[in-house]
Design a protein around this ligand. Sequence first.
Ligand SMILES: Cc1ncc(COP(=O)(O)O)c(C=O)c1O
Length: 285
Amino acid sequence: MSIAYLNGEYLPLDQARISPLDRGFLFGDGIYEYIPSYDGKLVGFSLHIERLKRGLDSLKIDLPWSLEQWREIFDELIKRNGAGNQSLYLHISRGADTKRDHAYPKGIKPTVFILVSKIDPPQIADPELAHTFKVSSKQDLRWDRCHIKSTALLGNVMHKQSSVEDGCDEALLYNEKEEITEGASSNIVVVKDGKMATPLLDHHVLPGITRYILFDIVGKYSKRLFEERVVTLAEARDADEIWVTASSKDLVPVVELDGKPLGDGKPGPVWQEVMALYSEHRFDY
Ligand SMILES: Cc1ncc(COP(=O)(O)O)c(C=O)c1O
């Protein structure tokens, strides 16, 4: 049984309890983060906490914890859960009121929950050993605030489920103009003729930490072009490679889109090159 953190206490996960009036439960009124830790080393710690703070600010949830406060709790949780590869899932809701009312109540304390789970070792730059994905395309039917990492994920959940029912691992979402937005729980990179492109950030795309780190690493250590721009579904269909990026997945090469093999149906050479760079530099962030 893993040790979780709930409102100041470290306790076995099955002893963690929240009120049924918690607004995270009633309304999905909260913000979350997912941070991987490999052998005790976190990927993108301060980037995740900065995004968390932006999310809390946008919901007007007052939790002015410093980086040091978060770090102390994470170090303690990692220690209490043993060494190895673990994920930290942070879930901060507005807290529990005494009644159910949509408007933000005054004077309630946020609920802070952190779940620690064992995870696989990170992806490595070997096409034979790589974890790969099949994806299916879906029109993005979520809301206009996808840049907020809200715990209200039903839109994402329904898209993911629809792809799972297609026999796939992830949904490739596109808007009404047939432009790619993101995955149900990931960002998307498309590769053509050795050049990479990822959709521009707007209110339909979560500013992924993996996307950010990847973009920065390619800018610093590779001569390849990596653009943030509009990427169409037609381009994805014609791509040499597509990658799905997320903290829970690293860079996953897509081998099949809508039932058709992508390229030669194997992880591509650009993925292998950039994955090697990512493996070398991911802990710099
Ligand atoms: C909708 C969505 N987009 C993108 C991402 C990737 O973000 P990150 O790289 O920060 O994990 C996630 C991750 O959970 C996600 O849920």
